[in-house]
Every structure is written in structure tokens, then in C-alpha cells.
Design a protein. Structure first.
Length: 409
């Protein structure tokens, strides 16, 4: 996604215009070098007009499309190329500035536009190498032909290298930024789900008392001899009782939903309960085995969305890639809570094992590779660590270590 703001391009172009204007005047009046000053200033003034026109576009929308951003960068490259043509071509010391638009394109635009702009810049360099208006230098200015050709090749290689370098690093940064945004979105959604669960549990808790009162009164009405003599009133009482029964059934269903246990009345939970809840969400025909150390003294923790969602992603991966069985082992001491999740699948592929936890690294081509990245970040944000490796039997193992203090606050 393009993140170039038109206002930033306008500011950069103003800096370039001011620099070009003073460079031309200093060269002509201070150093007394005879250049085509009128033509050069016309080119600079035309950029002023373009920048003023850009202000009108900015008022409509500061965010511009990839295509329009490319056209602006293409114009900047052309404008600089014309100035170089008028002021000595490849021998102009400022010819290195031709890589500036390429850097911006490689950092923010898709590779297609960057390749086109890079090719155009290379063609422009080759053009001004052969066709340009020479500067009338004061004194003798001789350069070997091999130096001139070396200068051309150096500029071409620089454009290619800078474009590739900038694109790779910017692309990596964009991926990490997108993945972090996805992490925040998923965690936000998880918190919303938790809030809904809390509201459901609160509704069950709060509505059960008045509903019981309604039943008591309706039962009294049905036993009242004066009321039951009127058939119409009796029908209304029966209708009210049937609707109250329906409310009771709805509340009963809500109370049986395990996710609704995460409410203000049950702030504390157990890691093993969270694991079971996440496993049951997938309605899988596979089996889950949970081994607990100190079973009679299993630690209760404060429920946290981060732990819930991180475990959910990891359990989901195990369910997807296992054959029949997912095994979870938990252990804790006074300082750490350890969780080991393993399955009987084919293990982590060796070519991605060292990169697990990075965004967009996935075991298959269908997944986005964000699940493990999100889980890793959530665990680390809680002050924990997470490791990925394969067992001797080549089964995938994930080990999580959490600080006890962070689980109890």
C-alpha cells in the first residue's frame, strides 16, 4: 500500500527548487561559468508552477495513488535530466541526485513502478552521456574516456543497487508494519469477543433472579381460583409462562458456553482450561492430551486476552498439521510457567525453522504466516519467551515460558 503523502513530495520539491535556483546563480555570477542561465531558470520556474498546481491536488486529497506518485517522481527525474543536459551532462557534480526519485519509489511504491523509473533513469544517464551542452570551464578540463565511461557505469550500478537495497528493506519494514497492524486488529477483536462473553455471563447472572420471581408470581396466578375462572386471563398467563420458559432456555444456553466463563465474576482461570477451550473451538476429530505437573495445585492466573489468543493460534496450528494427537505439557515453579505444545505431524520444515516468528513465514502457501508471528509478539509483550524446534521423532514442538509475576497481575 502506497504511503506517500503529496505534501511530502511538495516539500521535497521546494527544497530541490531552492537548491537548483541558488546553484545556477552562484555558478553563473560568482564562479563566472558561462551556462545557459535563461533556459536553466525556465526549467526551475516550470517546477515552481508544477508545485503550485500540486497544492490544489493536495487540498482534494493528500493521499495519492501509486500511478500519480510515479508520475510526479518521473517528472522530477525528467526535470533534473534537462538541467543536467543544459549544464555539462554527466560531468555535472549534481548528476548523483538522479537516484533520489528512485530511492523514494523503491521505498514506497510497488516494484513495477520502481523498475520503470530505474530503467528510465538509466536511459537518461546514457542520453546525457552522449548528448549534452558542455560547460565552458575556466581553464583546461580534460578527463580520460575510460573515466567518463566508468562514471556512467558507476551511476547505473548505483541506481540498480540503491533501488534493490531500498526496496528490500522497505518491503520488509512494510511487512512487519502490516503484521503488527494485523496483530493489533486480532487482539482488538479478541477483546471484543471477551466483552461479548462477559456481557452474556453478566446477563445470565443478572436476569436469573427477576426471572425466578416472574415464575413464582405466574405459578401463584395459575393457582388463584378467581383468575383461572376467566379463560382469557388464563390463556394470557399460560402465554406469559411459555415466554418466560423460552427466556430461561436462552439463558441456560448462554451459561453453557465455556467462553462466557470469562466474566467479571470469574477473573481467574487456569492455563489448561484455556488450552481445552481453544482446542474445542475447532470441533476436530483429533485428540488432546494434557499433562499437568502438581495437578492438585495447578496455578490460577488472571485471564488475559493476549494469552488466550496466543494459545489459540498455536493450538490451531497443531490441530491443522497433526495426524491424530496434540500433546500439551505444563509445569511451573516460583518464577516461571512453562507450556510445551507438540503434535504427531511432520514437524517444522527445516528451511523455515530458523525464521519462524517472522511475519509472512508459513508452512504452506495458503497461510499468511501471521499466526505464529502474532503469538510470538503477544507472548514477548507479556515478558515471556517462545521457542520452535523439532523432536528426535521430527514432531513439531513449541515451548513457552512465562513469568509468574506477569500472570498474577
Amino acid at each position: 500500500m502506497n504511503t506517500i503523502l503529496l505534501s511530502n513530495l511538495i516539500k521535497i520539491r521546494w527544497i530541490a527548487i531552492i537548491g537548483q535556483f541558488f546553484a545556477i546563480l552562484i555558478l553563473y555570477f560568482l564562479f563566472k561559468i558561462n551556462i545557459l542561465i535563461f533556459e536553466s531558470l525556465v526549467v526551475v520556474i516550470f517546477s515552481v508552477v508544477v508545485n503550485l498546481f500540486s497544492y490544489f491536488l493536495q487540498k482534494q486529497d493528500n493521499k495519492i495513488s501509486d500511478r500519480l506518485a510515479f508520475l510526479f517522481l518521473l517528472y522530477d527525474t525528467c526535470q533534473l535530466g534537462i538541467l543536467l543536459y543544459l549544464t555539462g551532462g554527466i560531468f555535472n557534480p549534481f548528476c548523483i541526485l538522479i537516484i533520489a526519485p528512485v530511492i523514494i519509489s523503491a521505498s514506497y511504491l510497488p516494484v513495477f513502478w520502481t523498475v520503470i523509473l530505474s530503467l528510465f533513469s538509466i536511459i537518461l544517464i546514457l542520453f546525457i552521456n552522449f548528448i549534452y551542452i558542455p560547460i565552458d570551464w575556466q581553464g583546461t578540463f580534460l578527463t580520460p574516456n575510460i573515466y567518463k565511461q566508468g562514471l556512467v557505469f558507476a551511476l547505473i550500478i548505483t541506481i540498480i543497487f540503491i533501488a534493490v537495497y531500498s526496496y528490500l528493506f522497505a518491503s520488509s519494514s512494510r511487512k512487519i508494519s502490516a503484521a503488527l497492524s494485523e496483530t493489533k486488529l486480532q487482539l482488538f477483536n479478541q477483546k471484543k469477543i471477551t466483552e461479548i462473553g462477559s456481557l452474556s455471563a453478566a446477563a445470565v447472572h443478572e436476569l436469573s433472579t427477576p426471572l425466578n420471581t416472574i415464575f413464582l408470581i405466574l405459578n401463584d396466578f395459575q393457582k388463584n381460583k378467581k383468575l383461572i375462572k376467566d379463560s382469557d386471563i388464563l390463556k394470557d398467563i399460560e402465554l406469559l409462562k411459555s415466554q418466560a420458559e423460552r427466556c430461561k432456555e436462552i439463558l441456560l444456553k448462554l451459561s453453557k458456553n465455556p467462553q462466557n466463563l470469562r466474566d467479571i465474576f470469574l477473573k481467574k482461570t487456569k492455563i489448561t482450561d484455556l488450552i481445552k477451550i481453544n482446542f474445542e473451538k475447532f470441533n476436530s476429530n483429533k485428540k488432546l492430551k494434557v499433562f499437568i505437573s502438581n495437578k492438585n495445585e495447578e496455578l490460577e492466573i488472571i485471564f488475559k486476552d493476549e494469552i488466550m489468543y496466543a494459545l489459540g493460534n498455536l493450538i490451531q496450528n497443531s490441530v491443522i498439521y497433526s495426524k491424530k494427537m496434540i500433546t500439551v505439557k505444563t509445569d511451573f515453579d516460583n518464577m516461571h510457567y512453562k507450556i510445551q505444545i507438540s503434535d504427531d505431524g511432520t514437524g517444522f520444515p527445516k528451511d523455515i525453522l530458523d525464521r519462524l516468528g517472522e511475519p509472512y513465514v508459513s508452512k504452506n502457501s495458503q497461510g499468511m504466516g501471521l499466526g505464529i508471528f502474532i503469538s510470538k509478539n503477544l507472548i514477548e509483550n507479556l515478558g515471556g519467551t517462545i521457542l520452535f524446534y523439532n523432536s528426535k521423532e521430527n514432531n513439531a514442538i513449541v515451548e513457552i515460558k512465562l513469568n509468574i509475576d506477569n500472570l498474577l497481575i
